[in-house]
Design a protein around this ligand. Structure first.
Ligand code: AMP
Ligand code: ZN
Length: 124
């Protein structure tokens, strides 16, 4: 997709602060962070929105979801549960889809937000 900014990041045609890469997925820091930790996790293959994802792409969608807590933990946002069963820490995941869903970049991406709250523009 020649005009897709995230495809250009995948192709290393424009720079990004990359925090993870493998054959299928790429993760980098959001250029306008809305939280102390704000990462974007994307499939390397161009998928415009979640509504355009096909059944053959469930593996890469699963990889994105499984990667989110690992990268959150690497950035200090793990969820831990103490001996009393009380949870601590945490992060928020978000996929905006389509204009009514607030999507601005039409290459599927999973936001991971974390760090001390409150965060600009994010509910709860
Ligand atoms: P969304 O509204 O879900 O489509 O979010 C798009 C996100 O991409 C926004 O949070 C932008 O700040 C972020 N973004 C746009 N361009 C870049 C870029 N070149 N590098 C990193 N993040 C970007
Ligand atoms: Zn793309």
């Amino acid at each position: 997709m020649p005009d897709c900014i995230f495809c250009k990041i995948v192709a290393k045609q424009i720079p990004a602060s990359i925090v993870y890469e493998d054959d299928d997925v790429l993760a980098f820091k959001d250029i306008h962070p809305a939280a102390p930790v704000h990462l974007l996790l994307i499939p390397k293959v161009h998928i415009a929105t979640l509504s355009q994802a096909t059944a053959s792409q469930v593996d890469v969608l699963g990889k994105l979801l499984a990667l989110a807590p690992k990268l959150a933990a690497e950035h200090g946002c793990a969820v831990t549960i103490d001996e009393a069963g009380v949870p601590h820490g945490g992060f928020k995941t978000l996929i905006n889809s389509g204009p009514d869903g607030g999507q601005e970049v039409y290459h599927l991406h999973l936001h991971v937000y974390g760090g001390p709250k409150p965060w600009r523009g994010l509910a709860s």
